[in-house]
Design a protein around this ligand. Structure first.
Ligand SMILES: Cc1cc2nc3c(=O)[nH]c(=O)nc-3n(C[C@H](O)[C@H](O)[C@H](O)COP(=O)(O)OP(=O)(O)OC[C@H]3O[C@@H](n4cnc5c(N)ncnc54)[C@H](O)[C@@H]3O)c2cc1C
Length: 294
């Protein structure tokens, strides 16, 4: 099958979905490809700062996201070895210090709004596999597998919003320098105990940073910094002394932690690195990414 569009965007994360919506609003025909069956994902960037909030408000999307559920942070705390050392509260004219927005809520609102526009088309279960070039070397389309069948999309502009391991970037041969930041992150989620305030708690635990992000839906997301590349060694060590450090620093979480984080398998590893490109464009291709976690 072959289709044509003005712009083909690969990847329906926050970057690709919002860009597709904004272009379609300008009556530019856009096809947005997403390899997954839906846009909902786990463990992604979910905290909005003031700037992100104001963009969603400006676009009229914020109330719709709020209807689906979000949570305003009331305080940020700094802890060291079990002691609270600093608390920050919102300025008098503000009601939050950041907002937790589940990424599936954000993406659902953006995609639902975009789908009201004739110029927008979302193709789920569609994996971009290659770029197509014309005789002059200009990129002019993509090859994809949609529901397992080959699809050709002809487009004078291809935007790679396909994340850190971008196929578009690789196929366009845009060189990249990978930068490690010295740490990786272990993520886990537990239910928040009764009375837990919407907060971000940064703790130094034996010299490592541990952060507890309160989330909409009554959850706490735990992010634990470990040395970059150290997880395979860490996993060979007994789990109990590791998790005990969290419990000693936040004893009120003991019950929830013991119930929901019982082994290394209950953590998800995020290999923290960022990619720097000298150029973001090449002959009909633009590489488009949200900044990675720092
Ligand atoms: C485990 C994890 C935890 C994270 N936690 C945080 C956090 O707590 N806070 C924070 O600020 N940031 C966090 N991040 C980073 C944050 O998720 C990213 O910065 C943000 O999602 C980038 O948005 P994006 O739209 O550029 O790309 P992505 O969100 O990565 O979206 C890319 C999309 O492209 C799709 N795709 C990829 N290849 C293809 C293909 N060939 N064909 C079709 N579709 C394709 C993917 O399925 C995906 O939907 C985390 C990332 C990960 C992986």
């Amino acid at each position: 099958m072959m289709v044509k569009t003005d712009v083909c965007i690969v990847g329906s994360g926050p970057g690709g979905a919002l860009l597709a919506y904004l272009l379609a609003k300008q009556n530019i025909s856009v096809i947005l490809l997403e390899r997954n069956l839906g846009v909902a994902r786990e463990f992604r960037g979910e905290f909005l700062n003031e700037e992100g909030e104001s963009i969603l408000k400006k676009l009229g999307l914020f109330p719709k996201v709020e209807d689906l559920g979000l949570l305003r942070m009331e305080q940020i705390e700094y802890w060291q070895d079990g002691q609270l050392v600093k608390e920050i509260f919102p300025d008098a004219h503000k009601d939050n210090l950041g907002i937790h927005v589940p990424q599936n809520h954000l993406l659902k609102v953006i995609v639902d709004e975009a789908q009201k526009l004739n110029s927008f088309q979302l193709m789920l279960n569609t994996r971009m596999t290659d770029l197509i070039q014309d005789e002059a070397g200009q990129f002019c389309g993509v090859k994809a597998l949609k529901d397992g069948s080959e699809l050709i999309i002809q487009s004078p502009l291809i935007i790679g919003a396909d994340g850190r391991f971008s196929t578009v970037r690789k196929k366009a041969e845009i060189p990249v320098v990978v930068k490690n930041h010295g740490y990786d992150l272990l993520w886990a989620k537990i239910p928040a105990p009764y009375g837990w305030k919407p907060s971000i708690k940064n703790a130094l635990v034996n010299g490592s940073q541990l952060t507890l992000f309160t989330q909409a839906g009554g959850l706490i997301q735990i992010g634990w910094n470990i040395d970059h590349g150290s997880y395979s060694q860490l996993r060979k060590q007994p789990f109990e002394p590791f998790i005990e450090k969290l419990i000693m620093n936040f004893p009120e979480l003991a019950g929830m932690v013991r119930e929901h984080i019982q082994s290394w398998q209950d953590f998800i590893l995020l290999d923290v690195h960022s990619c720097q490109c000298e150029t973001w464009t090449k002959d009909g291709v633009v590489y488009w990414g949200m900044p990675p976690i720092q």
